[in-house]
Design a protein around this ligand. Sequence first.
Ligand SMILES: [Mg+2]
Length: 158
Amino acid sequence: MEFAVFLDVDGVLNTRTTVKQTPYGYTGIDDARVEILAHALEKYGGGDIVLSSDWKELNPKHDDYVYLVSKLKKYGLEISGQTFDSNLERGKGIKEYLEQHSEIEEFVILDDMTFDFERYKKFWERLLLTNGIENVKFASRTPAVEAILFLNFIHVFL
Ligand SMILES: [Mg+2]
């Protein structure tokens, strides 16, 4: 049973009050939040991290991308893949990714914005809305089991 987390970065691994900066001076990533993600994923039994964040647009050699990779690596996490989207249609990007990766049977979406997710019932039920990963809530009133489990695993470490 392959599990994946579709990961947004800004608003999940940082918030507007984050002081840390990337090499290029953008809002950085908080170690404590990466640690929460790593623990929750471990508790779930492991899984892939698929970047849905705009950070995916960076060249992998870009200093900020290298910074992201190094922040994740510190807690044993690595990026397995990324979605492709445009016009703020992150849901569409995830749909296409899942079509190309039939091995993924369970997933959650971590994001601080709703984008087009509500257009896809399956995504809405698996969307965990954050204001920093520690402030996490279900998007749907009828969340999927994996969303319920993952949210609980986040809470375990708070
Ligand atoms: Mg965001």
